[in-house]
Design a protein around this ligand. Structure first.
Ligand SMILES: Nc1ncnc2c1ncn2[C@@H]1O[C@H](COP(=O)(O)OP(=O)(O)OP(=O)(O)O)[C@@H](O)[C@H]1O
Ligand SMILES: [Mg+2]
Length: 307
C-alpha cells in the first residue's frame, strides 16, 4: 500500500508519540493536525492508532471500517505492519488502525508489544505518529517512552494538568524501573516509591534520589538522572479559548521541573476551533480542514518547532 513512485527508504522512520494521560484532551486531533502538516511538508507519514481497545483515529481520517487493523498483525494474519497500513484520503498519509472492540489487544502481552514496537521502526516512512490512548497503563507508557519525540497534550482544565503531571510522573518511574531491572534492590525501591502513599515517605523523584545517594550508589544515581533528563517531553496546550489559558503547558513544565527533575519543553498551544468540533461530529476527515482554521495554523507553528 505504498504511495506509488516513492523509493523505499533505508533509514528507520522518526517516531513521535502523542499522549497526555487524560481522555478527550485532543490527542487524536493533535496527532492528525501534525500529520497533516508533515505530509504537506513532503514527509511520508504513517499514523498508528495505539489506543488499544478504544481505537477511533480512523474516524478522524474519514475511514468508517478499516479493512485491516493491528489485531491482524498481532494474530499473525499479516507478517509485517507494512501490510496492514491502509491509505487515507491524504496523499502520503497512511494509517495503521487500532483494534477497536477487540479486547484481547487492549492488554497485549509484553512480547506482542515488543513485536509492534520493533516493526514500527521497520515501516517504510519518514515519520510515524503514535496516537496513544488515555491513562497511564504500562502499555501507554511503553509506547510513549520508546518514541524519539514524546509529546504530551494538555488542556487548560486543572484536571487535565493534574493528569498530565501524573502521566509524566509514571513515565519517569517506568523508565527508572526498566533501567534498574538488573539491580533488584534498587528496582524494589523505585517500585515502592512509585506508590504516592509509600511507607518510605518518598514523595518526589528528588527524594528518591536522596535515598539512592544515601545508600552510597552515586554512579547509579548519576546514570538514572541522565536517563530522566533524556525523556524531555514536549507539551502542547490544546483547546485554548482565551490567551490566558495558554500557560497550562508552562505549569506542567514548572511542576515537572520541581518534583520530577525533568525538563519538559513548552511547544505552544492550539486554539479551540469550532470547525474541528463540527467536522468530528459530522465524521468529515480533519485533513479537509480549511486554511482559515485557527487550530491548523497553530499546529503548523508546532510542527515546524518539532521538526
Ligand atoms: N482544538 C480543538 N478545537 C475544537 N475541538 C477540539 C479540539 N481538539 C479536540 N477537540 C474536540 O475534542 C474531542 C476529543 O478529541 P480527541 O478524540 O482528539 O481526544 P483524545 O485525547 O484523543 O481522546 P481519547 O483519550 O478518548 O482518545 C474531539 O472529538 C473534538 O470534538
Ligand atoms: Mg484519541
Amino acid at each position: 500500500m505504498k504511495e506509488e513512485n516513492t523509493p523505499k527508504k533505508d533509514t528507520a522512520p522518526v517516531v513521535w508519540a502523542i499522549g497526555g494521560g487524560k481522555g478527550g484532551v485532543g490527542k487524536s486531533v493533535i496527532s492528525t493536525l501534525l500529520a497533516f502538516w508533515l505530509v504537506r511538508m513532503g514527509k511520508r507519514t504513517v499514523m498508528v492508532d495505539v489506543d488499544l481497545g478504544g481505537a477511533n483515529l480512523h474516524t478522524l481520517l474519514g475511514i468508517k471500517n478499516p479493512e485491516r487493523t493491528l489485531n491482524d498483525f498481532v494474530t499473525r494474519r499479516y507478517d509485517s505492519l507494512e501490510d496492514i497500513c491502509i491509505p487515507t484520503p491524504e496523499k502520503n498519509l497512511r494509517l495503521i488502525s487500532g483494534a477497536s472492540e477487540i479486547l484481547s489487544l487492549s492488554n497485549p502481552h509484553f512480547s506482542q508489544k515488543v513485536k509492534i514496537i520493533k516493526n514500527i521502526f521497520k515501516l517504510d516512512s519518514d515519520y510515524v505518529i503514535l496516537d496513544l490512548g488515555a491513562g497511564t497503563s504500562f502499555n501507554v507508557l511503553d509506547f510513549f517512552l520508546f518514541a524519539h519525540k514524546r509529546i504530551m497534550v494538555v488542556t487548560p482544565q486543572p484536571i487535565s494538568i493534574q493528569n498530565a503531571y501524573g502521566f509524566i510522573r509514571n513515565a519517569v518511574y517506568r523508565r527508572l524501573s526498566q533501567i534498574c531491572s538488573k539491580k533488584p534492590t534498587l528496582q524494589t525501591l523505585v517500585k515502592t516509591a512509585m506508590d504516592p502513599k509509600n511507607d518510605l515517605k518518598v514523595r518526589t523523584i528528588k527524594e528518591l534520589f536522596e535515598v539512592i545517594q544515601e545508600s552510597g550508589d552515586l554512579e547509579t544515581a548519576k546514570t538514572l538522572k541522565n536517563e530522566i533528563a533524556r525523556i524531555r517531553p514536549a507539551v502542547i496546550t490544546n483547546m485554548v479559548k482565551d490567551p490566558r489559558e495558554k500557560n497550562a503547558g508552562r505549569i506542567v513544565q514548572l511542576v515537572a521541573e520541581k518534583y520530577l527533575m525533568l525538563h519538559p519543553v513548552d511547544y505552544g498551544s492550539v486554539a479551540y476551533d469550532q470547525q474541528i468540533y463540527s467536522m468530528v461530529s459530522a465524521m468529515v476527515p480533519l485533513t479537509k480542514l480549511g486554511q482559515s482554521s485557527d487550530a491548523l495554523a497553530c499546529a503548523y507553528e508546532i510542527a515546524i518547532r518539532l521538526l
